[in-house]
Design a protein around this ligand. Structure first.
Ligand code: NDP
Length: 498
Protein backbone atom coordinates (compact mmCIF):
# COMPACT_ATOMS: atom_id res chain seq x y z
CA UNK A 1 0.00 0.00 0.00
CA UNK A 2 2.74 2.39 1.00
CA UNK A 3 4.50 1.55 -2.25
CA UNK A 4 1.45 2.37 -4.38
CA UNK A 5 0.95 5.70 -2.64
CA UNK A 6 4.57 6.55 -3.27
CA UNK A 7 4.22 5.68 -6.94
CA UNK A 8 1.19 7.91 -7.23
CA UNK A 9 3.01 10.78 -5.59
CA UNK A 10 5.97 10.39 -7.89
CA UNK A 11 4.03 9.85 -11.11
CA UNK A 12 4.73 12.71 -13.48
CA UNK A 13 1.87 15.13 -13.94
CA UNK A 14 -0.18 14.08 -16.99
CA UNK A 15 -1.21 16.88 -19.28
CA UNK A 16 -3.46 16.79 -22.32
CA UNK A 17 -1.24 17.51 -25.29
CA UNK A 18 -2.07 20.84 -26.93
CA UNK A 19 -2.51 20.39 -30.65
CA UNK A 20 -2.59 23.42 -32.82
CA UNK A 21 -2.62 24.06 -36.52
CA UNK A 22 0.50 25.35 -38.18
CA UNK A 23 -0.22 28.44 -40.25
CA UNK A 24 -1.10 27.73 -43.87
CA UNK A 25 -1.10 31.11 -45.61
CA UNK A 26 -2.29 31.39 -49.18
CA UNK A 27 0.29 33.18 -51.35
CA UNK A 28 -0.78 36.53 -52.73
CA UNK A 29 1.66 36.80 -55.63
CA UNK A 30 -1.01 35.63 -58.07
CA UNK A 31 -2.74 38.99 -57.60
CA UNK A 32 -1.34 41.93 -59.51
CA UNK A 33 -2.66 45.07 -57.93
CA UNK A 34 -2.57 48.35 -59.75
CA UNK A 35 -1.88 51.55 -57.84
CA UNK A 36 -4.97 53.18 -59.31
CA UNK A 37 -8.09 51.89 -60.97
CA UNK A 38 -10.26 53.92 -63.33
CA UNK A 39 -13.93 53.45 -64.15
CA UNK A 40 -14.94 50.76 -66.61
CA UNK A 41 -17.09 52.55 -69.17
CA UNK A 42 -17.72 51.57 -72.80
CA UNK A 43 -15.30 48.66 -72.58
CA UNK A 44 -12.36 50.81 -71.42
CA UNK A 45 -10.86 51.81 -68.10
CA UNK A 46 -11.17 55.60 -68.04
CA UNK A 47 -10.18 58.34 -65.61
CA UNK A 48 -13.11 59.76 -63.69
CA UNK A 49 -14.40 63.14 -64.85
CA UNK A 50 -14.93 63.84 -61.16
CA UNK A 51 -11.15 63.73 -60.74
CA UNK A 52 -11.70 61.95 -57.42
CA UNK A 53 -10.26 58.73 -56.04
CA UNK A 54 -10.65 56.87 -52.77
CA UNK A 55 -8.58 54.18 -51.09
CA UNK A 56 -9.56 50.59 -50.59
CA UNK A 57 -7.86 48.77 -47.73
CA UNK A 58 -7.30 45.25 -46.52
CA UNK A 59 -9.47 45.05 -43.38
CA UNK A 60 -7.22 42.37 -41.86
CA UNK A 61 -4.12 44.58 -41.96
CA UNK A 62 -5.45 48.10 -42.63
CA UNK A 63 -2.94 48.32 -45.50
CA UNK A 64 -3.98 50.38 -48.50
CA UNK A 65 -4.41 48.08 -51.49
CA UNK A 66 -5.16 50.59 -54.22
CA UNK A 67 -6.83 53.85 -55.16
CA UNK A 68 -10.14 53.56 -56.93
CA UNK A 69 -12.03 56.16 -58.97
CA UNK A 70 -15.09 57.79 -57.48
CA UNK A 71 -17.74 58.24 -60.14
CA UNK A 72 -19.57 61.57 -60.08
CA UNK A 73 -22.72 62.65 -62.00
CA UNK A 74 -20.91 63.10 -65.32
CA UNK A 75 -19.27 59.67 -65.03
CA UNK A 76 -22.50 57.89 -64.20
CA UNK A 77 -24.16 59.66 -67.10
CA UNK A 78 -21.39 58.47 -69.46
CA UNK A 79 -21.79 54.91 -68.16
CA UNK A 80 -25.56 54.94 -68.67
CA UNK A 81 -25.11 56.40 -72.18
CA UNK A 82 -22.58 53.67 -73.00
CA UNK A 83 -25.02 51.03 -71.74
CA UNK A 84 -27.88 52.53 -73.76
CA UNK A 85 -25.78 52.71 -76.90
CA UNK A 86 -24.62 49.09 -76.47
CA UNK A 87 -28.19 47.96 -75.93
CA UNK A 88 -29.47 49.63 -79.04
CA UNK A 89 -26.50 48.99 -81.24
CA UNK A 90 -25.69 45.34 -80.49
CA UNK A 91 -27.07 43.63 -77.49
CA UNK A 92 -30.86 43.64 -77.79
CA UNK A 93 -30.74 42.40 -81.40
CA UNK A 94 -28.16 39.70 -80.76
CA UNK A 95 -29.70 36.20 -80.83
CA UNK A 96 -29.88 34.54 -77.41
CA UNK A 97 -27.48 31.82 -78.51
CA UNK A 98 -24.87 34.51 -79.30
CA UNK A 99 -25.40 36.28 -75.98
CA UNK A 100 -25.00 32.89 -74.28
CA UNK A 101 -21.55 32.46 -75.83
CA UNK A 102 -20.30 35.61 -74.14
CA UNK A 103 -21.80 34.64 -70.80
CA UNK A 104 -20.26 31.15 -71.02
CA UNK A 105 -16.91 32.79 -71.74
CA UNK A 106 -17.19 34.91 -68.62
CA UNK A 107 -18.06 31.79 -66.58
CA UNK A 108 -15.08 29.87 -67.91
CA UNK A 109 -12.72 32.78 -67.37
CA UNK A 110 -13.91 33.03 -63.76
CA UNK A 111 -13.14 29.35 -63.29
CA UNK A 112 -9.74 29.66 -64.92
CA UNK A 113 -8.80 32.64 -62.76
CA UNK A 114 -10.66 31.43 -59.66
CA UNK A 115 -7.62 31.44 -57.39
CA UNK A 116 -6.65 34.97 -58.35
CA UNK A 117 -10.22 36.16 -57.75
CA UNK A 118 -10.47 34.31 -54.43
CA UNK A 119 -7.22 35.75 -53.06
CA UNK A 120 -8.18 39.27 -54.14
CA UNK A 121 -11.66 38.87 -52.64
CA UNK A 122 -10.14 37.84 -49.32
CA UNK A 123 -7.58 40.66 -49.37
CA UNK A 124 -10.15 43.37 -50.10
CA UNK A 125 -13.04 42.05 -48.00
CA UNK A 126 -11.53 40.07 -45.10
CA UNK A 127 -13.44 36.82 -45.64
CA UNK A 128 -11.58 33.52 -45.05
CA UNK A 129 -9.82 32.22 -48.14
CA UNK A 130 -11.50 28.83 -47.77
CA UNK A 131 -14.86 30.56 -48.21
CA UNK A 132 -13.90 32.77 -51.15
CA UNK A 133 -12.19 29.76 -52.75
CA UNK A 134 -14.86 27.14 -52.05
CA UNK A 135 -18.07 29.17 -52.00
CA UNK A 136 -17.94 32.62 -53.59
CA UNK A 137 -15.98 31.79 -56.72
CA UNK A 138 -17.58 28.44 -57.61
CA UNK A 139 -21.04 29.95 -57.07
CA UNK A 140 -20.23 33.06 -59.10
CA UNK A 141 -19.08 30.92 -62.03
CA UNK A 142 -22.12 28.66 -61.61
CA UNK A 143 -24.41 31.69 -61.89
CA UNK A 144 -22.91 32.72 -65.20
CA UNK A 145 -23.09 29.13 -66.49
CA UNK A 146 -26.69 28.78 -65.35
CA UNK A 147 -27.95 32.01 -66.92
CA UNK A 148 -25.94 31.44 -70.10
CA UNK A 149 -28.10 28.35 -70.48
CA UNK A 150 -31.30 30.40 -70.37
CA UNK A 151 -30.25 33.10 -72.86
CA UNK A 152 -31.61 31.27 -75.93
CA UNK A 153 -34.59 29.67 -74.17
CA UNK A 154 -36.56 32.68 -72.98
CA UNK A 155 -39.47 31.91 -75.33
CA UNK A 156 -39.70 28.46 -73.70
CA UNK A 157 -39.24 29.81 -70.20
CA UNK A 158 -42.20 32.16 -70.69
CA UNK A 159 -44.41 30.53 -73.33
CA UNK A 160 -46.88 32.81 -75.13
CA UNK A 161 -45.71 35.85 -73.16
CA UNK A 162 -43.26 37.39 -75.68
CA UNK A 163 -40.42 38.35 -73.33
CA UNK A 164 -38.48 41.55 -74.10
CA UNK A 165 -35.47 43.07 -72.35
CA UNK A 166 -36.09 46.23 -70.36
CA UNK A 167 -33.02 48.17 -71.53
CA UNK A 168 -30.40 49.49 -69.11
CA UNK A 169 -30.16 47.93 -65.65
CA UNK A 170 -28.65 49.99 -62.81
CA UNK A 171 -27.34 47.59 -60.18
CA UNK A 172 -25.96 48.37 -56.72
CA UNK A 173 -24.31 45.66 -54.64
CA UNK A 174 -22.98 45.35 -51.06
CA UNK A 175 -19.62 44.38 -49.60
CA UNK A 176 -20.39 40.98 -48.09
CA UNK A 177 -20.22 38.85 -51.28
CA UNK A 178 -18.68 41.24 -53.82
CA UNK A 179 -17.98 38.96 -56.81
CA UNK A 180 -20.92 36.68 -56.10
CA UNK A 181 -23.36 39.60 -55.96
CA UNK A 182 -21.88 40.97 -59.18
CA UNK A 183 -22.59 37.56 -60.78
CA UNK A 184 -26.13 37.46 -59.34
CA UNK A 185 -26.81 40.84 -60.91
CA UNK A 186 -24.94 40.74 -64.23
CA UNK A 187 -25.66 37.16 -65.38
CA UNK A 188 -29.49 37.33 -65.56
CA UNK A 189 -29.38 40.87 -66.97
CA UNK A 190 -27.16 39.81 -69.87
CA UNK A 191 -29.04 36.57 -70.48
CA UNK A 192 -32.28 38.53 -70.92
CA UNK A 193 -30.72 41.05 -73.32
CA UNK A 194 -30.24 44.01 -70.98
CA UNK A 195 -27.10 46.07 -70.55
CA UNK A 196 -25.65 46.99 -67.18
CA UNK A 197 -24.24 49.78 -65.04
CA UNK A 198 -22.98 48.15 -61.84
CA UNK A 199 -21.89 49.97 -58.67
CA UNK A 200 -19.83 47.78 -56.28
CA UNK A 201 -19.54 48.69 -52.59
CA UNK A 202 -17.00 51.30 -51.56
CA UNK A 203 -15.03 48.91 -49.33
CA UNK A 204 -14.83 46.00 -51.81
CA UNK A 205 -14.48 47.25 -55.40
CA UNK A 206 -11.45 45.21 -56.53
CA UNK A 207 -12.95 41.91 -57.69
CA UNK A 208 -15.60 43.76 -59.71
CA UNK A 209 -12.75 45.64 -61.41
CA UNK A 210 -10.96 42.34 -62.07
CA UNK A 211 -14.23 41.09 -63.56
CA UNK A 212 -14.13 44.16 -65.82
CA UNK A 213 -10.74 42.94 -67.09
CA UNK A 214 -12.27 39.51 -67.76
CA UNK A 215 -15.13 41.19 -69.61
CA UNK A 216 -12.60 42.99 -71.80
CA UNK A 217 -10.73 39.75 -72.46
CA UNK A 218 -13.83 37.83 -73.53
CA UNK A 219 -14.57 40.71 -75.94
CA UNK A 220 -18.04 41.43 -74.69
CA UNK A 221 -19.24 44.30 -76.90
CA UNK A 222 -18.17 47.62 -75.33
CA UNK A 223 -20.74 49.18 -73.02
CA UNK A 224 -22.74 46.02 -72.38
CA UNK A 225 -21.32 45.98 -68.84
CA UNK A 226 -20.07 49.19 -67.20
CA UNK A 227 -18.65 49.31 -63.69
CA UNK A 228 -18.66 52.58 -61.78
CA UNK A 229 -17.00 52.64 -58.37
CA UNK A 230 -17.80 55.02 -55.55
CA UNK A 231 -19.77 55.27 -52.33
CA UNK A 232 -23.47 55.69 -51.58
CA UNK A 233 -23.68 58.94 -53.57
CA UNK A 234 -22.56 57.12 -56.73
CA UNK A 235 -25.12 54.38 -56.04
CA UNK A 236 -27.80 57.02 -55.73
CA UNK A 237 -26.76 58.56 -59.07
CA UNK A 238 -27.02 55.16 -60.77
CA UNK A 239 -30.46 54.26 -59.46
CA UNK A 240 -31.97 57.71 -60.06
CA UNK A 241 -30.52 58.25 -63.53
CA UNK A 242 -33.52 58.96 -65.78
CA UNK A 243 -32.33 56.65 -68.56
CA UNK A 244 -32.06 53.57 -66.34
CA UNK A 245 -35.00 51.20 -66.90
CA UNK A 246 -34.46 48.67 -64.16
CA UNK A 247 -32.90 48.95 -60.72
CA UNK A 248 -31.62 45.96 -58.76
CA UNK A 249 -30.32 46.67 -55.27
CA UNK A 250 -28.87 44.46 -52.55
CA UNK A 251 -28.02 46.08 -49.22
CA UNK A 252 -29.57 47.51 -46.09
CA UNK A 253 -33.31 47.92 -45.62
CA UNK A 254 -32.76 51.60 -44.84
CA UNK A 255 -31.14 52.33 -48.21
CA UNK A 256 -33.68 50.05 -49.92
CA UNK A 257 -36.49 52.21 -48.57
CA UNK A 258 -34.74 55.39 -49.74
CA UNK A 259 -34.39 53.93 -53.23
CA UNK A 260 -38.01 52.83 -53.35
CA UNK A 261 -39.15 56.33 -52.37
CA UNK A 262 -36.86 57.90 -54.97
CA UNK A 263 -38.17 55.61 -57.72
CA UNK A 264 -41.87 55.90 -56.91
CA UNK A 265 -43.78 57.09 -59.95
CA UNK A 266 -40.80 56.87 -62.33
CA UNK A 267 -41.99 53.67 -64.01
CA UNK A 268 -38.62 52.00 -63.38
CA UNK A 269 -38.68 48.31 -62.57
CA UNK A 270 -37.26 47.59 -59.12
CA UNK A 271 -36.11 44.60 -57.11
CA UNK A 272 -34.78 44.91 -53.57
CA UNK A 273 -32.84 42.28 -51.64
CA UNK A 274 -32.46 43.71 -48.16
CA UNK A 275 -31.71 42.75 -44.58
CA UNK A 276 -32.75 39.78 -42.49
CA UNK A 277 -32.98 38.44 -38.95
CA UNK A 278 -33.50 34.76 -39.66
CA UNK A 279 -34.67 32.24 -37.09
CA UNK A 280 -32.78 28.96 -36.98
CA UNK A 281 -35.17 26.67 -35.10
CA UNK A 282 -33.95 23.53 -33.31
CA UNK A 283 -36.57 21.02 -32.10
CA UNK A 284 -35.89 18.54 -29.34
CA UNK A 285 -35.86 15.59 -31.78
CA UNK A 286 -33.13 17.11 -33.96
CA UNK A 287 -29.75 15.45 -34.29
CA UNK A 288 -27.92 17.85 -32.03
CA UNK A 289 -24.40 17.50 -33.42
CA UNK A 290 -25.68 18.12 -36.92
CA UNK A 291 -27.73 21.07 -35.69
CA UNK A 292 -24.68 22.55 -33.94
CA UNK A 293 -22.76 22.55 -37.23
CA UNK A 294 -25.73 24.15 -38.98
CA UNK A 295 -26.10 26.81 -36.31
CA UNK A 296 -22.36 27.61 -36.41
CA UNK A 297 -22.39 27.79 -40.19
CA UNK A 298 -25.62 29.79 -40.08
CA UNK A 299 -24.13 32.65 -38.08
CA UNK A 300 -20.34 32.53 -38.36
CA UNK A 301 -20.03 31.92 -42.12
CA UNK A 302 -18.54 35.09 -43.63
CA UNK A 303 -18.25 36.64 -40.11
CA UNK A 304 -22.04 36.80 -40.01
CA UNK A 305 -22.01 39.39 -42.82
CA UNK A 306 -24.83 37.50 -44.49
CA UNK A 307 -28.32 38.86 -45.13
CA UNK A 308 -29.85 35.41 -44.61
CA UNK A 309 -27.67 34.56 -41.56
CA UNK A 310 -29.36 32.50 -38.86
CA UNK A 311 -28.83 35.22 -36.29
CA UNK A 312 -31.69 34.18 -33.96
CA UNK A 313 -31.44 30.66 -32.63
CA UNK A 314 -34.75 29.32 -31.30
CA UNK A 315 -34.21 26.18 -29.23
CA UNK A 316 -36.92 23.91 -27.83
CA UNK A 317 -36.58 23.98 -24.05
CA UNK A 318 -35.68 20.31 -23.36
CA UNK A 319 -32.52 20.58 -25.49
CA UNK A 320 -31.49 24.10 -24.56
CA UNK A 321 -28.82 23.10 -22.00
CA UNK A 322 -27.13 20.33 -24.03
CA UNK A 323 -27.23 22.40 -27.22
CA UNK A 324 -25.73 25.44 -25.50
CA UNK A 325 -22.94 23.32 -24.05
CA UNK A 326 -22.13 21.88 -27.46
CA UNK A 327 -22.23 25.32 -29.07
CA UNK A 328 -19.82 26.73 -26.51
CA UNK A 329 -17.46 23.83 -27.04
CA UNK A 330 -17.63 24.29 -30.79
CA UNK A 331 -17.01 28.01 -30.48
CA UNK A 332 -13.72 27.27 -28.72
CA UNK A 333 -12.52 25.44 -31.82
CA UNK A 334 -13.27 28.23 -34.30
CA UNK A 335 -10.09 29.79 -35.60
CA UNK A 336 -10.32 33.55 -35.83
CA UNK A 337 -7.62 35.52 -37.61
CA UNK A 338 -5.68 35.95 -40.84
CA UNK A 339 -8.26 35.44 -43.60
CA UNK A 340 -5.53 34.31 -45.99
CA UNK A 341 -4.72 31.36 -43.72
CA UNK A 342 -6.43 28.26 -45.12
CA UNK A 343 -7.33 27.11 -41.59
CA UNK A 344 -9.17 30.30 -40.65
CA UNK A 345 -12.88 29.97 -39.92
CA UNK A 346 -13.72 33.56 -39.00
CA UNK A 347 -11.88 36.34 -40.81
CA UNK A 348 -11.80 40.12 -40.46
CA UNK A 349 -14.81 42.39 -40.08
CA UNK A 350 -15.23 44.20 -43.38
CA UNK A 351 -14.66 47.76 -42.19
CA UNK A 352 -14.10 49.87 -39.10
CA UNK A 353 -17.58 51.30 -39.55
CA UNK A 354 -19.14 47.83 -39.52
CA UNK A 355 -17.04 46.82 -36.50
CA UNK A 356 -18.32 49.85 -34.61
CA UNK A 357 -21.88 48.97 -35.51
CA UNK A 358 -21.43 45.41 -34.21
CA UNK A 359 -19.78 46.68 -31.01
CA UNK A 360 -22.61 49.12 -30.42
CA UNK A 361 -25.30 46.47 -30.82
CA UNK A 362 -23.43 43.96 -28.67
CA UNK A 363 -23.03 46.59 -25.93
CA UNK A 364 -26.79 47.18 -26.09
CA UNK A 365 -27.34 43.43 -25.59
CA UNK A 366 -25.25 43.45 -22.40
CA UNK A 367 -26.89 46.64 -21.20
CA UNK A 368 -30.40 45.26 -21.80
CA UNK A 369 -29.61 42.25 -19.63
CA UNK A 370 -28.67 39.44 -22.02
CA UNK A 371 -25.80 37.15 -21.02
CA UNK A 372 -22.78 37.16 -23.32
CA UNK A 373 -20.38 34.31 -24.04
CA UNK A 374 -17.21 34.68 -26.10
CA UNK A 375 -14.48 32.05 -26.46
CA UNK A 376 -10.85 32.70 -25.59
CA UNK A 377 -8.96 33.66 -28.72
CA UNK A 378 -6.06 35.89 -29.59
CA UNK A 379 -7.00 38.55 -32.07
CA UNK A 380 -4.41 40.15 -34.35
CA UNK A 381 -3.28 43.62 -33.28
CA UNK A 382 -4.05 45.39 -36.52
CA UNK A 383 -7.22 45.12 -38.54
CA UNK A 384 -10.88 44.80 -37.58
CA UNK A 385 -11.86 41.79 -35.50
CA UNK A 386 -14.74 40.55 -33.44
CA UNK A 387 -14.89 37.37 -31.38
CA UNK A 388 -17.63 34.87 -32.18
CA UNK A 389 -20.34 35.73 -29.66
CA UNK A 390 -23.36 34.00 -28.15
CA UNK A 391 -26.10 35.70 -26.18
CA UNK A 392 -28.46 33.83 -23.87
CA UNK A 393 -31.20 35.29 -21.68
CA UNK A 394 -32.38 37.19 -24.71
CA UNK A 395 -35.89 38.55 -24.80
CA UNK A 396 -37.74 39.36 -27.99
CA UNK A 397 -37.72 43.06 -27.20
CA UNK A 398 -33.92 43.28 -27.04
CA UNK A 399 -32.27 45.12 -29.89
CA UNK A 400 -29.99 42.11 -30.50
CA UNK A 401 -33.12 40.03 -31.17
CA UNK A 402 -34.72 42.60 -33.47
CA UNK A 403 -31.99 44.41 -35.42
CA UNK A 404 -29.69 43.03 -38.07
CA UNK A 405 -26.24 42.93 -36.45
CA UNK A 406 -24.47 41.69 -39.59
CA UNK A 407 -21.63 40.25 -37.53
CA UNK A 408 -20.61 37.02 -35.74
CA UNK A 409 -23.21 37.37 -33.00
CA UNK A 410 -25.93 34.84 -32.19
CA UNK A 411 -28.96 35.59 -30.01
CA UNK A 412 -30.45 32.47 -28.42
CA UNK A 413 -34.11 32.25 -27.38
CA UNK A 414 -36.19 29.26 -26.32
CA UNK A 415 -39.68 27.94 -27.12
CA UNK A 416 -41.93 25.14 -25.95
CA UNK A 417 -44.38 24.31 -28.76
CA UNK A 418 -44.19 24.44 -32.57
CA UNK A 419 -46.84 27.18 -32.52
CA UNK A 420 -44.67 29.29 -30.22
CA UNK A 421 -41.69 28.70 -32.53
CA UNK A 422 -43.74 30.00 -35.49
CA UNK A 423 -44.89 33.01 -33.51
CA UNK A 424 -41.38 33.93 -32.41
CA UNK A 425 -39.74 33.20 -35.78
CA UNK A 426 -42.19 35.49 -37.60
CA UNK A 427 -42.00 38.21 -34.96
CA UNK A 428 -39.65 40.36 -37.01
CA UNK A 429 -40.06 43.01 -39.70
CA UNK A 430 -37.79 40.90 -41.91
CA UNK A 431 -38.58 37.74 -43.86
CA UNK A 432 -35.61 36.48 -45.82
CA UNK A 433 -34.79 33.00 -44.55
CA UNK A 434 -35.37 30.42 -41.83
CA UNK A 435 -33.89 27.09 -40.73
CA UNK A 436 -35.69 24.09 -39.22
CA UNK A 437 -33.91 21.25 -37.44
CA UNK A 438 -36.04 18.21 -36.67
CA UNK A 439 -36.22 14.49 -37.29
CA UNK A 440 -39.82 14.63 -38.54
CA UNK A 441 -40.59 15.34 -42.18
CA UNK A 442 -44.17 16.27 -41.38
CA UNK A 443 -42.98 18.91 -38.93
CA UNK A 444 -40.64 20.38 -41.55
CA UNK A 445 -43.59 20.82 -43.92
CA UNK A 446 -45.87 22.15 -41.19
CA UNK A 447 -43.28 24.73 -40.15
CA UNK A 448 -42.20 25.68 -43.68
CA UNK A 449 -45.79 26.53 -44.62
CA UNK A 450 -45.98 28.94 -41.70
CA UNK A 451 -42.60 30.67 -42.01
CA UNK A 452 -42.84 34.18 -43.46
CA UNK A 453 -39.51 33.78 -45.21
CA UNK A 454 -38.37 33.61 -48.82
CA UNK A 455 -36.08 30.63 -48.20
CA UNK A 456 -36.61 27.86 -45.66
CA UNK A 457 -33.81 25.36 -45.11
CA UNK A 458 -34.49 22.06 -43.38
CA UNK A 459 -31.69 20.28 -41.53
CA UNK A 460 -29.20 22.46 -43.33
CA UNK A 461 -28.47 26.18 -43.67
CA UNK A 462 -26.89 28.66 -46.09
CA UNK A 463 -27.23 26.39 -49.11
CA UNK A 464 -27.21 28.25 -52.41
CA UNK A 465 -27.75 27.11 -55.93
CA UNK A 466 -28.12 29.23 -59.06
CA UNK A 467 -31.23 27.31 -60.08
CA UNK A 468 -33.01 28.09 -56.81
CA UNK A 469 -34.77 31.45 -56.35
CA UNK A 470 -33.70 33.66 -53.45
CA UNK A 471 -35.43 36.75 -52.03
CA UNK A 472 -37.51 38.16 -49.24
CA UNK A 473 -40.84 39.12 -47.77
CA UNK A 474 -41.77 42.17 -45.71
CA UNK A 475 -38.78 44.45 -45.03
CA UNK A 476 -36.37 41.95 -46.59
CA UNK A 477 -37.45 43.22 -49.99
CA UNK A 478 -39.21 41.87 -53.05
CA UNK A 479 -38.35 40.15 -56.30
CA UNK A 480 -36.33 36.96 -56.69
CA UNK A 481 -32.79 36.32 -57.84
CA UNK A 482 -31.70 32.91 -59.09
CA UNK A 483 -33.59 30.29 -61.04
CA UNK A 484 -36.25 30.92 -63.62
CA UNK A 485 -37.75 33.50 -61.25
CA UNK A 486 -34.55 35.54 -61.49
CA UNK A 487 -35.08 36.16 -65.21
CA UNK A 488 -38.48 37.74 -64.82
CA UNK A 489 -37.46 41.06 -63.18
CA UNK A 490 -35.32 41.81 -66.26
CA UNK A 491 -38.11 41.25 -68.77
CA UNK A 492 -41.23 42.92 -70.01
CA UNK A 493 -44.06 40.77 -71.29
CA UNK A 494 -46.60 43.16 -72.68
CA UNK A 495 -44.93 43.57 -76.02
CA UNK A 496 -43.42 46.96 -75.00
CA UNK A 497 -40.34 47.95 -73.04
CA UNK A 498 -37.92 47.45 -75.87
P1 NDP B 1 -25.74 49.91 -47.61
O1 NDP B 1 -27.13 49.48 -47.84
O2 NDP B 1 -25.46 51.36 -47.39
O3 NDP B 1 -24.82 49.46 -48.84
C1 NDP B 1 -25.20 48.67 -49.92
C2 NDP B 1 -24.83 49.32 -51.25
O4 NDP B 1 -25.66 50.48 -51.48
C3 NDP B 1 -23.41 49.85 -51.29
O5 NDP B 1 -22.90 49.69 -52.60
C4 NDP B 1 -23.61 51.31 -50.95
O6 NDP B 1 -22.55 52.10 -51.33
C5 NDP B 1 -24.87 51.63 -51.71
N1 NDP B 1 -25.61 52.79 -51.26
C6 NDP B 1 -25.57 53.44 -50.06
N2 NDP B 1 -26.46 54.46 -50.05
C7 NDP B 1 -27.09 54.45 -51.26
C8 NDP B 1 -28.13 55.24 -51.84
N3 NDP B 1 -28.72 56.24 -51.18
N4 NDP B 1 -28.55 54.94 -53.08
C9 NDP B 1 -28.00 53.90 -53.76
N5 NDP B 1 -27.01 53.13 -53.25
C10 NDP B 1 -26.56 53.38 -52.02
O7 NDP B 1 -25.13 49.09 -46.43
P2 NDP B 1 -23.93 49.52 -45.47
O8 NDP B 1 -22.68 49.15 -46.13
O9 NDP B 1 -24.04 50.95 -45.04
O10 NDP B 1 -24.20 48.61 -44.21
C11 NDP B 1 -25.08 49.04 -43.18
C12 NDP B 1 -25.88 47.90 -42.67
O11 NDP B 1 -26.67 47.39 -43.71
C13 NDP B 1 -25.06 46.69 -42.22
O12 NDP B 1 -24.65 46.80 -40.92
C14 NDP B 1 -26.03 45.57 -42.42
O13 NDP B 1 -26.84 45.45 -41.29
C15 NDP B 1 -26.85 46.02 -43.59
N6 NDP B 1 -26.44 45.39 -44.85
C16 NDP B 1 -27.20 44.39 -45.30
C17 NDP B 1 -26.87 43.75 -46.47
C18 NDP B 1 -27.69 42.64 -46.95
O14 NDP B 1 -27.33 41.99 -47.93
N7 NDP B 1 -28.81 42.39 -46.34
C19 NDP B 1 -25.67 44.10 -47.23
C20 NDP B 1 -24.94 45.22 -46.68
C21 NDP B 1 -25.34 45.81 -45.53
P3 NDP B 1 -21.21 52.13 -50.42
O15 NDP B 1 -21.18 50.95 -49.54
O16 NDP B 1 -20.17 52.05 -51.43
O17 NDP B 1 -21.24 53.38 -49.64
Amino acid sequence: MAKIEKQEREAPERREPVWDYATAPEATDIVRLEDRYGLFIGGEFVEPKSGKYFQTINPATEEVLAEVAEAGPEDVDLAVRAARHAHEKYWRALPGSERAKFIYRIARALQERAREFAVLETMDGGKPIKESRDVDLPLAAAHFFYYAGWADKLEYAFPNRRPHPLGVAGQVIPWNFPILMAAWKIAPALATGNTVVLKPAETTPLTALLLAQVIQEVELPPGVVNIVTGAGETGSLVVTHPDVNKVAFTGSTEVGKTIRRALAGTGKHLTLELGGKAANIVFDDATLDQAVEGVINGIFFNQGHVCCAGSRLLVQEPVFEPLLEKLKERLQTLRVGDPLDKNTDVGAINSRQQLERIEELVASGVQEGAEMYQPECNLPERGFWFRPTLFTNVSQSHRIAREEIFGPVLSILTFRTPAEAVEKANNTPYGLSAGIWTDKGSRILWMAQRMEAGVVWANTFNRFDPSSPFGGYKESGFGREGGLHGLEPYLDFDGGGD
